[in-house]
Write a protein that binds this ligand. Structure first.
Ligand code: AVJ
Length: 354
């Protein structure tokens, strides 16, 4: 039987990323294996990322909080009564609280939509907020941005989309423009707003420290992708075998101890790239249950061999020049109408309108 028809898309993406070498990061000349970015955010990954946001070196969150605290009245002045506030990738909702607090006092009829790929943390944090802010209605939407945004297509209320934390930095400029154009075309009407957090280009040492913290929480965060792969593979095999619980004898694909985290910053593109590096030659034998899938993806079922020193690309975090917001607006059907920044000029919140 064609058992690979029951293999979930994420498994196909994992196999594809590991077996094909692509131009990654997209603006480089290197060809690298890769793993899907979403694998960073399982329960463990969300917990580790939350710890990163409290690290002294990870200035992004502190800067964003400073901007929200300083300019909150100017920011909420842009959000009308009886409108929808839609946050993409809300995570732990720590920063959003500052905005919600001000809106709760100054506006009526606000509905706040929290969109995230992870269902559990979303509901936990949202329940507590709904208790605190009585003038705001809360809705949790779980799914990828694309899945969830279709939900808003024909809604009649005014909208403000929030895309905070410099998550836009995970996209190349052209992918970010495609993503934004899609929102502009399908979810917004003229004058609706998008507020985007964008990290600025700055002293490379400051950026390197942010992604190479002394407690090595970032290392743990990036390496957790391999544990997540192991869990997904074990679950998939259990399902293919018709069992409900994963077989404890299957340890997945990766021995995590054979990899280390490494990253580099390119001052020209403003991209920090995160990779996992093989500490020794690593041979991965594909699980028998997945061989049909492997064959259909790469035409062979040979062992996967990673040479000592070989890199697996995980994510880019782009930093932006002063003219980037204008350029982004021009290519996404938006106008750039305000910019707020922290005292050091490290980080900006940008208001765009359709
Ligand atoms: C959540 C994408 C904004 O790129 O700074 C933090 C993720 N990676 N440390 C970032 C991340 C390593 C973060 N974003």
């Amino acid at each position: 039987p064609d058992s690979h028809e029951h293999v979930p898309p994420i498994v196909t993406q994992i196999i594809d990323g590991l077996t094909q070498r692509k131009k990654l990061p997209k603006d480089s000349n290197q060809l690298n294996r890769s793993l899907p970015l979403v694998l960073l955010y399982d329960d463990k990954g969300l917990e580790l990322f939350d710890r990163i946001t409290y690290l002294p070196e990870y200035y992004l969150t502190n800067c964003e909080i400073e901007v929200l605290e300083t300019d909150i009245q100017d920011i909420i002045a842009e959000i009308p009564e009886d409108s929808d506030v839609i946050e993409l990738g809300c995570g732990s909702l720590r920063k959003t609280q500052l905005l919600l607090e001000a809106l709760d006092q100054a506006r009526s009829g606000i509905t706040y939509y929290a969109i995230d790929v992870m269902p559990l943390p979303l509901h936990e944090s949202l329940g507590a907020l709904a208790q605190r802010f009585k003038n705001i209605s809360f809705v949790a939407l779980c799914g990828t941005y694309d899945e969830v945004l279709t939900h808003f297509k024909k809604a009649a209320r005014r909208k403000t989309v929030l895309w905070l934390g410099s998550s836009i930095g995970n996209y190349t400029t052209s992918d970010a423009c495609k993503f934004l154009s899609n929102i502009v075309d399908h979810a917004l009407v003229p004058n609706d707003a998008i507020i985007i957090g964008m990290d600025r280009k700055k002293d490379p040492n400051v950026i390197m420290d942010a992604y190479h913290d002394s407690e090595k929480v970032t290392d743990e965060f990036e390496l957790n992708v391999l544990s997540h792969v192991n869990t997904i593979i074990a679950d998939t095999i259990a399902t293919l075998k018709g069992s409900t619980s994963p077989d404890p004898n299957i340890d997945g694909l990766f021995d995590v101890s054979k990899f280390e985290y490494t990253g580099e910053y390119d001052e020209v593109t403003g991209g920090h790239s995160a990779y996992l590096r093989a500490l020794e030659d690593v041979v991965i034998k594909w699980p028998r249950e997945l061989l049909a899938t492997i064959r259909s993806i790469c035409g062979s079922e040979n062992d996967l061999i990673l040479k000592q020193g070989e890199l697996i690309f995980i994510e880019s975090s782009y930093k932006f020049g002063k003219t980037a917001p204008e350029m982004l607006a021009r290519n996404s059907g938006l106008t750039h109408s305000a910019e707020w920044t922290d005292s050091r000029g490290y980080y900006t919140l940008n208001l765009f309108r359709k």
